[in-house]
Design a protein around this ligand. Structure first.
Ligand code: ADP
Ligand code: TZP
Ligand code: MG
Length: 267
């Protein structure tokens, strides 16, 4: 059996057998998230209608669910896909975008958490609020440092029995027992809308490739973003040129470079 023990090995395995990832994401993110998955080597499908989301989840290798631009009809599709993924034993990832902002979002996320996501990926303000803490988030943007969300992430991972990823200047991933920090990326990344949403979809792609190691898959996806982000920032004049350079950097990143440059440390 092929070993998929490092981020590079997982990236290579993903490209050798591009997984079909069902992304239920928001209107803002759909295009860039699909391009990010294609650039990295996965196969995205943006399928959210309640009439087909569950049926599609049965043929996808992973599902990602993002509440960024929510409506009642979408919630039905999200729940159907989450249930279908769980009953087929496939990983599904939750991105609780600005869940603290309104009662509608809070209720939707509470119902999705009850369906037991395999992985939760959010920014620091979102993860702090998910654990019941006082978050300073403004709309979809984080206003809290990742270090402040680490305790919340550990609590949430234990309570949900899920992998929890908090992103920001230095990312943090835990499954409640293990925890790591991942350095890299660029301050231009939060200046490009929906890169976090795109990362959630990529976490789904890596989890589809290594469903037996969802902690390692999450670390691999975040490390891929960290190194591609650093590379893209080198020649970028601002968020516009960063955006297209980032897609090119994702495609150019190879397994060896990823393993050589990834900065992952135990936390
Ligand atoms: N200040 C920063 N420096 C380096 N990388 C960053 C910074 N802020 C965010 N990132 C990276 O941007 C990506 C999206 O994360 P984030 O901005 O936290 O998500 P969201 O868009 O959901 O708020 C992640 O790969 C993260 O590591
Ligand atoms: C701006 C905006 N509004 C609703 S969803 C969305 C995109 C948020 O993307 P991200 O969480 O990756 O910053
Ligand atoms: Mg986000």
């Amino acid at each position: 059996m092929q070993t998929k023990t490092t981020p590079g090995a997982m990236l290579k395995a993903m490209r050798e057998k591009p997984p079909l990832v069902q992304c239920i994401t928001n209107y803002v993110a759909m295009n860039i998230a699909a391009n990010v998955l294609l650039a990295a080597g996965a196969s995205p499908a943006m399928v959210h209608a309640a009439e087909e989301a569950g049926e599609f989840a049965a043929i996808a290798s992973a599902v990602t669910i993002n509440i960024g631009t929510l409506s009642t009809q979408w919630i039905d599709g999200m729940q159907a896909a989450a249930k279908a993924a769980t009953s087929a034993g496939k990983p599904w990832v939750l991105d609780p975008v600005a869940h603290y902002a309104t009662a509608f979002r809070r209720n939707a996320v509470a119902e999705l958490l009850a369906l037991k996501p395999t992985i939760i990926r959010g920014n620091a303000s979102e993860i702090i609020a998910l654990a019941g803490g006082e978050s300073r988030g403004q709309g979809v943007d984080s206003r809290d440092p990742v270090e402040q969300a680490e305790g919340s992430a550990r609590w949430l991972a234990e309570r949900q029995r899920a992998v929890v990823a908090v992103t920001g200047a230095v990312d943090f991933v835990t499954d409640g027992e293990r925890a790591v920090r991942i350095e890299g990326g660029s301050a231009l990344m939060p200046q490009v809308t929906a890169l976090g949403c795109s990362l959630t979809c990529l976490v789904g792609a890596f989890a589809a490739t290594a469903p037996e190691d969802t902690f390692g898959a999450t670390v691999a996806a975040l490390s891929t973003f960290a190194i591609a982000g650093e590379e893209a920032a080198l020649g970028a004049a601002g968020p516009g040129s960063f955006s297209w350079r980032f897609l090119d950097a994702l495609t150019a990143l190879d397994a060896e470079t990823l393993d050589a440059r990834a900065r992952i440390s135990a936390a």
